[in-house]
Design a protein around this ligand. Structure first.
Ligand SMILES: [Zn+2]
Length: 632
């Protein structure tokens, strides 16, 4: 998932392009021979604390879905036929995860069989226990979803680009698949699936599976996902969708009015696929298509296999925000092929994917752009480190008793990528690329823990480059807060110019209109704005706005940075745009910092409340949940 690429945060710190990472790390006292797998001894590292399922006894292997999508009632209903394998030969209870599902009946070989639905846990939902007769290898659960299902968003026609047809999309990561399918909702359970989905005849359904771009639009669609995937990668979308190819293996699905712009913006996707395959091993998923969602999609993107779900807020007209596509594509290797076994291990997915994202951006757009994005990523990481408790700054994070959605900070993403970058710098790029290719091959279609990764690292890279790597330091990266001293630093000459311009303007030596911004790209604008002091005068805000028309800027990231400054400095001329922005965009990364900043003053909170009330019917449940606390 994309969470906070090129993040935009204002700390009032004067971070320079070479700003030093906070020295919060401490060293361990022991000197292990190899990076040890030590962690909190009370924790079972391979146990998924966010699922009630019992795959160690009975493991689900395949799903067959037969579903009706009812836009009038906002429910999905039908049958999930669940094939399983007895790991313990005498096991007789199959435990599935559910959240807000109504279970009508459970059958095996045509006969009703007994089941119990436990009371719901607020984070985890309700366990569904099914007594499976001996020799039975599949059960069928007949069920329907709740209109409030946490993993499903139903949009009215007014909330779409075309305004004519409704739209539905699912978002299963981290533990929301259970809100639309009864299943073992743990990333360590991999399933293949087939699905038949019935929709209104004028709409098209697509899934994270084989999609035939030429399928007849008749309201009944068939899908097959032959590779075993974790449950959080099962995804469905239904809407007035059209398809346009971008290359031999890549294409884009979008509402008709957005199709051309999306295909143009993301036309480098095929080239990204080709270079990544060449460096890190073959693409194992057949096609790679993009689905452009309405602006309420709560994330930047979601790496649903064969069909990444993408926010329209990155269609900027100049490809300036396409690192998002590189990120979702990179998940085809890191995340979808080799998967975190529990949410504690999320950094294995996101850290290596963020590292690969930088590499893809460098291969397609050159090192100068890659370095700018690295600087922005590093600034964002420093801001998160400054705001997170020490325990949440570890790559292998303890999430017991918490909602796994809480793990999505820059720690698994940017700190994870920085760790990978350090390994690369120590052993050399060729050696590290070889290691990564071997890693993806070795663990293909498996879900692994941090500890399995460390054991593999000890056996491979650490053994081959014993003189260049330090097991204790690897331990520090994974199990200690902050960033180890001497970690790789980002530097961008293109930002040095921007820093000079900002400094001169702040010192009163240069008027805003005299700054030569003619050739600035989006990244330079973000760097310019994100590193302004926390407090500017009304005259300074007005001067910037007059010189650069920032209140009207089209790029959603630049607009975000400017609106955040406007909130922090109570710059009212931008507030009508701010209201509009909050009401029309549901991507949490873009709206949450604004609500958070507004909530700090009474008048800000009143403004936020008004916007939130208007926006709420169009927000995804996750965006509502993430922001409602700021407007109470
Ligand atoms: Zn991701």
């Amino acid at each position: 998932m994309e969470f906070k690429i090129a993040s935009v945060v204002l700390l009032g710190l004067s971070l320079t392009a070479c700003g030093k990472a906070p020295e919060q790390s401490k060293t361990t006292e022991t000197q292990p021979q190899s990076a040890s797998t030590a962690s909190n001894p009370a924790m079972e590292v391979s146990k998924d604390y966010h699922s009630f399922a019992n795959p160690e006894q009975i493991k689900v292997t395949h799903l067959d879905l037969d579903l009706d999508v009812d836009f009038s009632q906002h429910i999905i209903s039908g049958d999930a036929t669940i094939q399983f394998q007895r790991i313990e030969p005498n096991a007789s209870t199959l435990i599935l995860d559910t959240r807000d599902l109504s279970i009508e009946r459970v059958t095996a070989m045509g006969q009703d069989i007994p089941f119990t639905l436990a009371d719901a846990d607020p984070h985890l939902g309700a366990a569904l226990s099914i007594e499976v007769p001996a020799k039975v290898e599949a059960v069928t659960v007949s069920y329907h979803t709740s209109p409030q299902a946490s993993g499903v968003q139903w949009l009215t026609p007014e909330q779409t680009a075309g305004k004519q047809q409704p739209f539905l999309f699912t978002q299963a990561q981290a533990i929301h698949a259970r809100s639309f399918i009864p299943l073992q909702d743990s990333p360590q359970v991999r399933v293949t699936y087939q699905a038949t989905v019935r929709t209104p005849a004028e709409l098209l359904a697509v899934m994270s599976a084989s999609n035939d771009p030429a399928t007849e639009r008749d309201g009944e669609y068939h899908f097959s996902m032959p590779q075993p995937i974790p449950s959080y990668l099962i995804a469905l979308a239904v809407g007035d969708l059209a398809f346009k190819p971008m290359g031999e293996r890549t294409g884009v699905y979008a509402e008709p009015s957005m199709l051309e712009a999306a295909a143009k913006e993301f036309e480098d996707t095929e080239a990204m696929l080709n270079v990544t395959e060449k460096k890190f091993g073959k693409y194992r998923w057949d096609r790679y298509d993009l689905l452009i969602l309405p602006p309420s999609f709560p994330f930047g993107g979601m790496e649903n296999p064969r069909l990444s779900f993408i926010t329209p807020t990155v269609i900027a007209g100049d490809k300036s925000l396409v690192s998002l596509i590189a990120h979702e594509l990179a998940h085809s290797w890191s995340g979808n092929t080799v998967t975190n076994a529990t949410w504690r291990d999320l950094w294995l997915n996101e850290g290596f994917t963020t590292y690969l994202t930088y590499r893809i951006m460098e291969m397609i757009y050159g090192p100068e752009r890659e370095q700018m994005e690295f600087v922005l990523g590093q600034q964002s990481l420093q801001a998160d480190i400054a705001s997170l408790p020490a325990a949440d700054q570890m790559l292998a994070i303890d999430l017991r008793g918490r909602d796994p959605d809480d793990v999505f900070s820059d720690i698994p993403y940017e700190k994870g990528a920085l760790f990978a970058r350090e390994l690369e710098q120590k052993v050399g790029r060729d050696a590290f690329d070889k290691f990564l290719m071997g890693y993806f091959e070795h663990f293909a279609f498996q879900s692994i823990t941090t500890d399995q990764f460390i054991a593999y690292l000890n056996d491979t890279l650490l053994k081959e480059h014993a003189e260049k790597l330090d097991a204790q330091r690897i331990q520090q990266w994974i199990f200690e807060p902050g960033v180890p001293e001497g970690a790789p630093m980002a530097h961008s000459d293109a930002f040095t110019k921007v820093d000079a311009a900002r400094d001169n303007w702040l010192a009163g030596e240069l008027k805003a209109e005299q700054i030569d911004t003619a050739n600035w790209n989006t990244h330079q604008w973000l760097h310019f704005l994100n590193n302004m002091p926390e407090s500017l005068s009304q005259a300074q805000m007005t001067e910037l706005d007059n010189a650069f028309a920032l209140t009207q800027v089209g790029n959603n990231e630049i607009a975000h940075s400017w609106l955040l400054m406007s909130v922090n400095n109570w710059y009212e001329p931008a507030f009508s745009r701010l209201h509009d922005y909050l009401v029309h965009i549901g991507r949490n990364k873009l709206v949450k910092p604004l609500y958070q900043a507004l909530s700090k003053t009474e008048k800000g909170k009143a403004f936020a409340k008004q916007a939130f009330t208007e926006a709420k019917p169009g927000y995804h449940p996750l965006t509502v949940k993430a922001n409602e606390g700021y407007v109470e």
